[in-house]
Design a protein around this ligand. Structure first.
Ligand code: MG
Length: 160
């Protein structure tokens, strides 16, 4: 098979803090993401989409939160591990489309840099990475600002 599609979803709780890491990018804001790792919900969804495309399980299986090695883990580094695992199986990311759902922080000022950082982590051109964001119109838990969720869809290409 030369093309494989995968989707990933992740959500983390927000609480008072001094910033969040999203898509490998530190964004200073009055919140933090509650997590065992660095809480990078964007890269968690990306990894799950890549793993899903190749039917390799999920990040919970690969990097268990019961394992002390992943306490405060750098999700960019974990993403490079997933990228390399896919490469060894003959696949690279063709394109990636992300939707970030949150009320805060505002994503648009960081969108361009976030795309660059994700492209660097995945080692692919930035024009293959899409980052979109939406609020939830104050509906439900995300709308109340209690958390931040991400949907990811990825197309994996068999490389030559
Ligand atoms: Mg997560």
């Amino acid at each position: 098979m030369t093309l494989r599609i995968g989707q990933g979803f992740d959500i983390h709780r927000l609480e008072s803090g001094d910033g969040v890491t999203l898509g490998g990018l530190w964004i200073a804001c009055p919140y933090r993401l509650v997590a065992h790792s660095d809480g990078d919900v964007v890269l968690h969804a990306v990894m799950d989409a890549m793993l899903g495309a190749l039917a390799l399980g999920d990040i919970g299986e690969l990097f268990p939160d019961t394992d002390a090695r992943y306490q405060g883990a750098d999700s960019a580094q974990l993403t490079r591990i997933v990228r390399d695992r896919c490469r060894h199986l003959g696949y690279v990311v063709g394109n990636l489309d992300l939707t970030i759902l949150c009320e805060q922080p505002k994503i648009s000022p960081h969108r361009a840099t976030m795309r660059e950082v994700i492209a660097q982590v995945l080692d692919i051109p930035v024009d293959r990475i899409s980052v979109k964001a939406t609020t939830c119109e104050q509906l439900g838990s995300i709308g109340r600002g209690e958390g931040l969720a991400v949907q990811a869809i990825v197309l994996m290409l068999a490389h030559a």
